[in-house]
Ligand binder design. Sequence first.
Ligand code: PBG
Length: 322
Amino acid sequence: MLRRPRRNRKSEVVRELVVETRLSKNDLIFPLFMVDGEHIKQEVASMPGIFRFSVDNLLEEINECMQLGIKTFCLFPAFEERLKDKYASVSSDPYNFYLRAIEKIKKEIPEACIMTDVAMDPYSSDGHDGLVENGEILNDETLEILAQMSLAQAKVGADILGPSDMMDGRIEYIREMLDDEGFSKVSIMSYTAKYASAFYGPFRDALDSAPKAGDKKTYQMNPANVKEALIEAELDEMEGADMLMVKPALSYLDVIKELSEVSNLPIAAYNVSGEYAMIKAADQKGWLDGEKTMLEVLLSIRRAGAKIILTYFAKEYAQLGL
Ligand code: PBG
């Protein structure tokens, strides 16, 4: 036998020499859930180890993560039902707790890189990402609401905006609004290929943001399609996105791979709530080694071609000190 691939696996040192993919905490973004109030730190039932924080406790959490080397945070608000309406009006109210919290975080921890979520669902009485009229999600009427929300987030210091709504044309609409208002430095990470997925279940529990009627299939993508993701990527590039995201990650590694091959923009992948919950549940039952599974999963997302990973495991990964 002239060729023996096992020679390259013979020791830890040799294995390290030939390693093709590395994971680093610099690649990770930590999604965090927020609620209004004080001294709140409630665990999300379906996401062990993940909490809904009021801003005081959130500042502490961000500080701890910064010490560990996690520097980018994607913040999601849980608004009370009574504040929601059809137009998601509270989303651009400068006095809403989410915007005030972002302002406070950027003031107290300016080195923290803050990513926000742009979509109507946490603020909408319909629980949809766009404006609902007679059961239909209106595209063009939603754009102005998203752009106003984006502007409000930029004004309080958001570093990266994450439009997660999947409306057509929203990247260009938001980019133009930001540039016209003097926020040309604010980045946009587009949720480019966001699939209509069952893996978002625990997230919707965390924010109480499930749609009141219908599903999200007229705007989020069909899990069967990959060419369509290439069209979305092409449009987002033309419309001025700085980074492209695929979501969820694990059932869509092929989509990550395809996008990373056709686009020169950095590709991100969102290792979503359900993907986190599955590993935690199996670990708690003693059916899987949670830590090893986490490492393998994160590595697989990098190997598929994602440079950036949004993951609820970010802090836990950093705590391993690898
Ligand atoms: C909503 C949004 C969702 C997630 C991020 N932004 C849920 C949805 O589209 O219903 C899911 C994230 C996760 O599951 O971790 N705009």
